[in-house]
Design a protein around this ligand. Structure first.
Ligand code: GAP
Length: 535
């Protein structure tokens, strides 16, 4: 897989465009084009149907400790600022950044690597953004810094291994990743990732509010509303799909790290004694979802966090990771996290901000002497009407990124092969082998030629199918070229009206992956396509 080819196909065929492109673009923001918007909608619809609306709440699913209920929610992006204080985002949701005084560029402290190098009696810590090509970049930069030519490469005396900028204390001898002079980087500073805005006419801190950095908190603060309005008993999962915003210091790798993105999150509320079984269940169920939609197991891993990596209140966290083509060999990027969050979030919204390390209430007094991070004071515990037991539910959180899932499905689908054209000459074919459920266009309809009544019949088929599926009509160019265009769009089926159609009311249906062409009755097209998509 070659990322540049995927990015170029995405732009050329209208999957993804850089946001505000005609004004030079805005880093970390992406627009979905006509094909992209269908693909993303299909990913979100598949998730919603498989996890929420189509969920079988009458049976015990394989691996589940018991039947369970699922409900959905759609909360606002801007919520009461106290929510972010109690959730910990106000205090803890930050990265460290360094600025370059020379280039005015900003870097995440932990994403810059470097190595000490000596030449001409001077020593400098030469840096580069962390990547698998960093040594190559550093060598070029070191040669330039010391005014050496390529043939003098042996004059560079490297000292020690490549290390992260976080290990360096004095920045005086550091050559910043894009700087010409050394010593231009500032000391690392904390940078909160939440976008701040102001609600109403109040412009000061009184009106300050934040764009949500995750959809999860909207679910926690509505837990009681959903429970009371649906009268479900636990276990209950509440799902939400929606935009989240993070002012990432270094957005990169196409849509992988964006500043505006969509999440698909479930908060699953259950009895504390059952929570470990549910954690295992959700890990397996979420991994299977990606497999069922065509992501090969070679490219997908489940990585359990070490105890040091996981939050103290979490007794289990695992990431589902994908081998994105922009990652170094053997490395994977996070698609989704599945976390056992205990009762931390519900307790925080009841009592106030809990200390991340000790799980005790952290009381900080404001200037007015009142606790700064006051909780809602509402009782968010659950009383089981059969056993009479009252407890604060434990939560399992499968939290997926819709844009990262789309990116993984794009990368997984991309293939290049060779197919014969109409004259039998082998031609390179770029094909997006999406699972038919996810494919932006389900079928394309062509008249073989633009005469003999074929366009009229093809248009009628197109208009009939359009009521049920996203379909595309094309009569331009040779049929071979029309197939290629649909292969690039990932359309699984191409229907061709030909000379035989007027005789027996049949058409051919060509499969994108096997290239097999079956002759089928026009009346049966809709059910054939439906069956193939669902199988
Ligand atoms: N409520 C838990 C939570 O938000 P997270 O690991 O920070 O956890 C969950 O985010 C998922 O959201 C990630 O696994 C990823 O798929 C997606 N995500 C997070 N930050 C993102 C970003 N800057 N751009 C695109 N997707 C992002």
């Amino acid at each position: 897989m070659d990322m540049d080819s995927i990015v170029s196909l995405c732009k050329r065929r209208g999957f993804l465009f850089q946001s505000s492109e005609i004004y030079g673009g805005l880093q970390g923001f992406w627009d979905y084009g006509p094909l992209g918007v269908e693909l993303k909608r299909n990913v979100k619809d598949a998730w919603w149907r498989d996890m929420v609306s189509g969920h079988d709440d009458m049976s015990t699913l394989a691996g589940a400790p018991s039947p369970y209920a699922m409900e959905g929610l759609d909360c606002t992006i801007i919520m009461h600022p106290q929510i972010w204080k109690c959730s910990g985002h106000y205090d803890l949701f930050h990265d460290y950044m360094v600025d370059c005084r020379e280039t005015k560029k900003r870097y995440r402290h932990d994403q810059v690597n470097g190595r000490w190098v000596e030449a001409k009696g001077k020593k400098v810590f030469v840096t580069a953004p962390a990547s698998d090509e960093e040594q190559e970049v550093m060598t070029k930069r070191a040669l330039k810094f010391f005014g050496l030519r390529n043939k003098n490469i042996d004059d560079l005396k490297w000292d020690g291994d490549v290390v992260c900028l976080t290990t360096i204390e004095d920045f005086g001898e550091v050559l910043g990743p894009d700087a010409k002079e050394k010593g231009t980087l500032t000391e690392p500073r904390e940078f909160n990732l939440m976008f701040k805005t102001f609600v109403g006419a109040l412009s000061g801190e009184e009106g300050a509010a934040y764009l949500r950095p995750e959809t999860a908190q909207g679910i926690f603060v509505n837990f009681k509303n959903v429970l009371d309005s649906t009268r479900h008993r636990l276990p209950l999962g509440i799902a939400q799909i929606g935009k989240s915003f993070r002012n990432e210091i270094t957005p990169r790798n196409f849509t992988f790290r964006s500043r505006e993105f969509e999440q698909m999150e479930i908060e699953f509320f259950c009895h504390p004694d059952e929570s470990h079984k549910w954690y295992q269940f959700w890990r397996d169920r979420r991994l299977k979802w990606y497999h069922d939609l065509g992501v090969s197991s070679d490219n997908l891993i489940m990585r359990e966090h070490s105890p040091e990596e996981a939050a103290h209140y979490s007794t289990g966290t695992a990431d589902i990771e994908y081998a994105f083509p922009f990652m170094a060999e053997g490395e994977y990027g996070e698609l989704e996290g599945i976390a056992h969050r205990g009762n931390f979030d519900l307790r925080s919204h009841m009592e106030g901000k809990l200390d991340e390390k000790s799980d005790t209430l952290e009381v900080q007094l404001g200037d007015d002497g009142k606790p700064k991070w006051k909780g809602s004071g509402k009782d968010l515990s659950y009383r089981d009407d059969l056993s009479g037991e009252k407890y604060i539910p434990h939560v399992i959180e499968p939290s997926a990124g819709a844009d990262r899932a789309v990116l993984a499905f794009l990368c997984e689908a991309y293939e290049v092969d060779e197919q014969p054209d109409e004259k039998g000459k082998m031609q390179k074919r770029e094909v997006m082998k999406f699972h038919p459920r996810l494919a932006p266009i389900k079928a394309a309809v062509f008249p073989l030629v633009k005469k003999d009544g074929m366009p009229e019949v093809a248009k009628e088929i197109y208009l009939t199918l359009k009521k049920d599926f996203k379909v595309f009509y094309d009569e331009k160019g040779s049929v071979g070229k029309r197939y290629r265009r649909q292969d690039e769009a990932g359309t699984p089926y191409c229907i061709t009206v030909d000379g035989q159609t007027s005789e027996d009311q049949t058409v051919t249906i060509r499969d994108r992956d096997t290239l097999a062409q079956d002759r089928v009755k026009i009346d049966e097209l809709a059910s054939i396509i439906r069956n193939r998509i669902e199988s």
